[in-house]
Design a protein around this ligand. Structure first.
Ligand SMILES: NC(=O)c1ccc[n+]([C@@H]2O[C@H](COP(=O)([O-])OP(=O)(O)OC[C@H]3O[C@@H](n4cnc5c(N)ncnc54)[C@H](OP(=O)(O)O)[C@@H]3O)[C@@H](O)[C@H]2O)c1
Length: 341
């Protein structure tokens, strides 16, 4: 079997570290692995499949001879370095926002538009994490009845802000537990422990944030629905890992609850957890504590939108998914799987 030379740019971060595990779990045939990060991490070592790999400082020359590069760094670093990887002949799957809305770059969730990888010109983008988590269960319902509008509230974990976000919440929880004064917030705009922060990203059109607009803009591109309308509110919550979302969908054709449940139960990448009678809350509906460190989007609380004047044109549900895995690393490695066949 052909073995590939694969680099991870941002290999020491929350997403990059998870990518290593996903490469192994998805049995990607890795010949040589190059782990790239900032000068701060150069020289540190990481274990992969029983071998010790030394982290290198990222630079254009590091991509020479690479077949694939997985991007797990921020937008500015992605913009600076990933075109160099393409010039060196590699195919890039990038997690940052840098290339997502470029018309020459496919934006791919394999369960939805895996076929789009075919028209890449060197870069394929991984969508925003909340977008992936919301769209994986929306897609099978769209296929049944044609979604026209989404109203979404997200409850996003601290680790969505990377390793520094996770460390900040852990430090605040520890200080609170010891009864000490909380450290100054740096990764977030305010204290996160015992709090919610209703702003993720900068403010853009009409008071919506950049994170909130991604769900509409990226959703349109992924689902090939240029007219899709999305109203989204994104909230940072004091959960370490795994995002949750409340989603109401409006459809152009009728859809019954029974049809919706059947479609969700059969949908790839989805696990239906929806049993109002269950004694244990963990079997009644999805919760982020149960969906951390696994790859499926769990869906529950599926019900009719009783505010929709058309009785069978609206469905409301709740979903949770690990945004470092399916919202980032798992999805990127699934794209790599599609590329290598
Ligand atoms: N966290 C999530 O849930 C999530 C989900 C979806 C998408 N994303 C996106 O994925 C990307 C990575 O996010 P993350 O959460 O993993 O961030 P992170 O934990 O902060 O990691 C950032 C990575 O970038 C590296 N880096 C920093 N400066 C660099 C430089 N000058 N040259 C090369 N590498 C450098 C860091 O290396 P050092 O350790 O050496 O500083 C680290 O490996 C971002 O674009 C983010 O928007 C994140």
């Amino acid at each position: 079997m052909k073995q590939y030379t694969i680099a991870i740019l941002g290999a020491t971060g929350a997403v990059g570290t998870q990518m290593l595990q996903c490469l192994d779990e998805q049995e990607i045939p890795v010949g040589e692995l190059r782990l790239l990060a900032s000068a701060r991490s150069a020289g540190k070592t990481v274990e992969f499949r029983g071998a010790t790999v030394t982290i290198q400082e990222a630079c254009p020359e590091a991509f020479e001879g690479c077949d694939f590069v997985l991007g797990a760094a921020d937008d500015a670093i992605a913009k600076e370095l990933l075109p160099e990887a393409v010039k060196a002949g590699a195919v890039v799957v990038d997690n940052s926002h840098a290339f997502r809305m470029d018309p020459d770059v496919p934006l791919v969730v394999p369960e939805i538009n895996g076929a789009d990888v075919a028209w890449h010109k060197g870069i394929i983008a991984n969508p925003n994490c909340a977008t992936i988590i919301g769209l994986v269960p929306t897609w099978p319902l769209h296929q049944l009845a044609g979604v026209t509008r989404m109203v979404v509230s997200t409850y996003q974990a601290a680790s969505g802000a990377g390793a520094p976000g996770m460390a900040e919440l852990e430090a605040q929880m520890a200080a609170l537990g010891r009864g000490e004064e909380l450290p100054e917030p740096r990764a977030f705009a305010a204290q996160l422990v015992s709090n919610l922060i209703p702003q993720i990203g900068g403010f853009k059109e009409e008071g919506y944030t950049s994170e909130e607009m991604k769900l509409q803009n990226e959703g349109r591109k992924i689902m090939h629905l240029p007219e899709l309308r999305v109203n989204c509110t994104c909230v940072r919550v004091p959960v370490l890992r795994s995002h949750s979302e409340s989603i109401t969908l409006e459809f152009e054709r009728d859809i019954t609850i029974e049809e919706a449940l059947e479609a969700l139960a059969a949908a790839p990448g989805v696990k239906l957890v929806d049993d109002r009678e269950a004694e244990n809350a963990h079997d009644r509906f999805p919760m982020p504590i149960d969906t951390s460190d696994q790859d499926l989007i769990w869906v529950g609380r599926v019900r009719r939108d009783i505010s929709n004047p058309e009785p069978n044109r609206g469905i409301t549900f709740w979903c949770c998914g690990d945004q470092i895995r399916k919202g980032a690393a798992t999805n990127a490695v699934q794209i790599l799987r599609l590329l290598i066949g």
